[in-house]
Design a protein around this ligand. Sequence first.
Ligand code: SF4
Length: 328
Amino acid sequence: MSENTKIEWADHTFNPWEGCQKVGPGCDHCYAEARNARFAGGKSVNWGPGAQRRRTSAANWKKPIAWNAAATDFMVAHGRRQRVFCASLADVFDNAVDPQWRVDLLELIAKTPHLDWLLLTKRIGNAHAMLDAALEVMSHGLTEWAEVPWPNVWIGVTVVNQEETDRDIPKLLAVPAARRFLSMEPLLGPVDFYQSSATWSAAGYMPWRNRPILGGIDWVIVGGESGAGARPMHPDWVRDLLDQCEAAGTPFLFKQWGEWAPGECATNTLDMRTVQVADWFVDDWKFDAIPGSSEFHIDDEPTLYRAGKRAAGRLLDGVEHNGFPEAS
Ligand code: SF4
């Protein structure tokens, strides 16, 4: 699916800069921060309040121009436009970034109309004002983002639980964009969009396009956490989100189980070693270890096995879910 990135839902990853600061539970095991430390002798020098963000090289900034130039070849090969995931090692709407860098990024986006730019943030509350501010100083003379939901800019927000969903979707709906999407990874709890809709209405937001549930959201991506310390994701949370998306007609992409997987996704390579398991009791996880044995059989109990990301895969009840919105 991907040409120059391991991200399942994008063809390229572009990082205009590197560095960030943790802003919520979804950041607890930030891959980008760990990577930053790995390349800087053990200390994540571009992370946290006051830490200098690092702009990437001029050569890196030229890559999207080359991808844009190859648009015809890509279209012939794949029958669609290229998707660029912007800022996997940072946040486009980070307050600590030099505002001129955002201006430069929007200039680049303007110069690459054959790419769909996916700006995914955990700071959606900053997005509208920062886009307006950047556009004011751009050479195009555009002063209001509201007047230019550029056809190649998709805006997404990461939400990991009900609280963040209730808080951030109204902010996402307020930002003009060709497509709006949710990345629910790592999913840390159940999310009910009916409940969110009630919260949005109470806050004065009207249902979008007369669709009360998931209205205005064009795409939902769901995934579990991987890596050391990964937290489990209950299969029922994922099934429930799939049901809600299907009811609303919203494309749904299941990216991965991550470290923990239900029985049918855990392979029998676990048979001969101690297996970490996780059971959901009422409202929290209970962890245990089952000694390995040739008699050991994986089944639906316990809720999840620590299978590892590769073995766990991305099947939900035997089905791959690869929903995408139509290109803008
Ligand atoms: S917003 Fe993203 S890049 Fe920044 S700390 Fe959180 S997970 Fe890491």
